[in-house]
Design a protein around this ligand. Structure first.
Ligand code: MIC
Ligand code: SF4
Length: 658
């Protein structure tokens, strides 16, 4: 029977279940990646699970998020990560070497393999024809230990590409077009698979931009075929041997088919404050801007930066804007330094930031009040820049460069007419500059035993969850609207440095929603916890969109939250809630959302009985005096994890001889 590429790779890695959309499956994971902001907890949990050595073909730990180093916290984390990696068999990419997804694409990803990463943009490597999935750190820790990764067997949405992008139109514009069509809601448990003649016109870095930002659709992952262009890319990275040709069968059965003619695409922009709030650049051209930033794992490849440098060569950015460039990796930075493009950027007025996530995660470069910022990133959730009430637009490097010159949002296709710039045709290098000296290999097993692990004083080992009660009696601590992201639940930016200290970081849960003259979410939760009353979060559609950060479950757990009742919950966040023994419940009738207010007292009798094997449960709103039906959309394994009080306890129990 004809198969999609997704199912071909899943089939080869299937260890549990059947490949049928909607069914729970377990797959073998070949490679893992972690980054410092999620990885520190992941490795602490890996240690708590009692694991000595990773069992994967390859595991890499990257340091790219927390590079600001105000106070000792970040460096303590870096040293911990470096020392634990050496000991347990993991490669360690040191700070300054670049962003995890960019480096993994350059140096490690291989067609046909599976990759699990503790970062939601792990699907970037789908641009190389691999199944690359983002997950919580605890799930990645378990995969590092050789455990399968459990997921819902996805539906496959086929995107058939025809035509060819016009000059000045980028891979970014393709994914923005798709976000416009599919939005960030309602795509859970789907994979986007690109096929058709148009795929052959997109380079690997362009494909990687598309699969990277596919994360914003809320899909499990996105994938391109592995073809002659993949081979060229791998060859140029001196990894030609890892190439294998892969594609879907000609009549592959897609659950849904979308046609996109690349020749019809135009430059697009995601407007404030959601990646699916997409308009064409033409429609918003002329809006004044105060900042432009080129970078992030979406758009900071060698070709992206070369296009920007070529556009700016011999020109100056508008004096009314701040312009910054954060190269995706040291490979990119060194190459543009050696070929002179970096000098062109500096001469044009660019501020060169280090290779890392930087402003994408609010580590500096926050815009001033009421200043519009234009970025080549993937997320523009409210406040993510570090400025409350920010206005952040997401665009391609082409649009960013054109706008930087003009000081206002500018359609790059007009550059020729306005300033006489021809489209720079950037060729992919025949050979990238290879220098892996900032990637430390692990110690061989016979030397690893005595190696010391550096646990700095700011690193606090996270607690395991406590058992769920037979019946839950709790108070609604917050009632959120639709599309609440994990950035809203657990802010990053200035608070990112507390990632390895859960008691401290927990103080900032729902920080953005705290109101003046009202105790914070953390204060209210801890007060209830002292009284033995559970905390409950009520939410609308797509709760927990965005980042994979498990702190959005771990910290609420620490504060005493035991259930989330929402219209719908996103995949990674739902798994994280279960892993930390917070019960994810969906409204059977979404209209019941209106029957609950903040502060209401809810009761769920026989919670454990329901978790054991029931689909439905009754929620009594004591304050509003109404009953509401909730749904438990859980697999058998999810139920077992909840009953065992979270994945850590579940894994320990399984490891113990009965
Ligand atoms: C993000 O882009 O939001 C992050 C920061 O990379 C997160 C991970 C984290 O919160 O550490 C992600 O995408 O998963
Ligand atoms: Fe880093 Fe931004 Fe990419 Fe997240 S989206 S991995 S913060 S560059």
């Amino acid at each position: 029977m004809a198969q999609t590429l997704t199912y071909k790779i899943l089939q080869q890695h299937l260890v549990e279940g059947r490949l049928q959309a909607g069914q729970p499956i377990g797959i073998r994971i070949d490679q893992t990646l972690t980054q410092d902001a999620t990885g520190t907890t992941a490795f602490l949990l890996f240690e708590s699970m009692g694991m000595a050595r990773v069992q994967t073909e390859l595991s890499v730990s990257y340091v790219d998020h927390n590079l600001a180093q105000f106070g000792p916290e970040n460096h303590n984390d870096h040293l911990y990560l470096q020392s634990i990696a050496r000991k347990v068999g993991v490669y360690h990419s040191r700070p300054g070497n670049g962003i995890c997804h960019q480096i993994h694409l350059e140096r490690f990803g291989r067609p046909g393999a599976t990759l699990l990463g503790s970062d939601s943009h792990t699907p970037t490597c789908g641009g190389l024809g691999m199944i690359a999935i983002g997950a919580g750190g605890l799930d990645v820790a378990s995969a590092m230990g050789g455990g399968p990764f459990y997921l819902t067997c996805p539906k496959v949405i086929g995107v058939r590409l025809t035509g060819r992008l016009h000059d000045w139109v980028a891979g970014k514009d393709l994914i923005l077009e798709l976000l416009k069509r599919l939005t960030t809601k309602g795509n859970v448990d789907c994979v986007i698979e690109y096929f058709g003649p148009g795929t052959e016109t997109l380079t690997v870095p362009q494909r990687a931009t598309v699969t990277n930002m596919g994360a914003e659709l809320g899909v499990t992952t996105s994938i391109f075929p592995s073809d002659a262009l993949t081979e060229r890319f791998l060859h140029a990275q001196r990894r030609g041997k890892q190439f294998q040709q892969l594609s879907a069968d000609p009549d592959a059965p897609y659950d849904r088919l979308i046609e996109i003619n690349l020749s019809q695409l135009a430059p697009m922009a995601a407007c404030p404050s959601s990646p699916d709030n997409v308009l064409s650049v033409e429609e918003i051209a002329g809006r004044k801007i105060g900042q432009v930033v080129v970078g992030s794992c979406t758009n900071s490849s060698y070709t992206d930066l070369m296009i920007v440098a070529e556009v700016l060569r011999g020109r100056k950015v508008d004096p009314g804007i701040e312009f910054a460039v954060a190269p995706g990796s040291r490979q990119v930075l060194e190459m543009i330094a050696r070929n002179g493009a970096l000098a062109d950027l500096i001469a044009a007025g660019a501020r060169i930031l280090e290779s890392g996530c930087g402003p994408c995660i609010g580590q500096g470069f926050s815009p001033a009040d009421n200043v519009v910022t234009l970025r080549t990133f993937n997320r523009n959730f409210a406040g993510r820049t570090g400025t409350k009430g920010d206005q952040c637009y997401l665009v391609s490097p082409e649009t960013a460069a054109a706008s930087a010159i003009m000081g206002e949002i500018t359609d790059p296709r007009n550059l020729k007419e306005i300033v006489g710039i021809k489209y720079p045709q950037i060729k992919l290098p025949k050979e990238y500059l290879i220098d892996d000296s900032m990637i430390d290999p692990p110690l061989p097993p016979d030397q690893a035993g005595s190696a010391q692990v550096l646990h700095g004083p700011t690193i606090v080992v996270p607690e395991a969850a406590s058992a769920l009660p037979d019946s839950l009696s709790g108070q609604v601590l917050i009632k959120c609207a639709d599309k609440v992201t994990t950035d809203h639940i657990m802010p990053a930016g200035a608070f990112l440095k507390y990632r390895s200290n859960v008691p401290e970081y927990s103080q900032y849960v729902f920080y953005m929603f705290n109101e003046k003259d009202k105790p914070t979410f953390a204060q209210r939760s801890l007060e209830l916890k002292k009284q033995g009353i559970a905390g409950i979060v009520v939410a609308g559609e797509s709760y927990g969109q965005g980042s994979s950060r498990e702190h959005a479950a771990l910290c609420p757990m620490y504060l005493g939250v035991r259930a989330v009742l929402a219209k719908s919950i996103e995949r990674i966040h739902k798994a994280n809630l279960i892993n930390f023994a917070i019960v994810p419940i969906e409204f059977d009738d979404p209209a019941d959302y209106d029957k609950i207010r903040e502060g209401d007292h809810l009761e769920i009798s026989d919670l454990l009985i329901a978790i054991r094997d029931k689909e439905d449960l009754q929620i009594r709103n004591r304050t509003g005096n109404v009953s509401i039906k909730g749904r438990l959309n859980l697999t058998h394994r999810d139920r077992q994890i909840l009953l065992a009080a979270g994945l850590l306890n579940f894994a320990k129990k399984k490891a113990m001889p009965s």
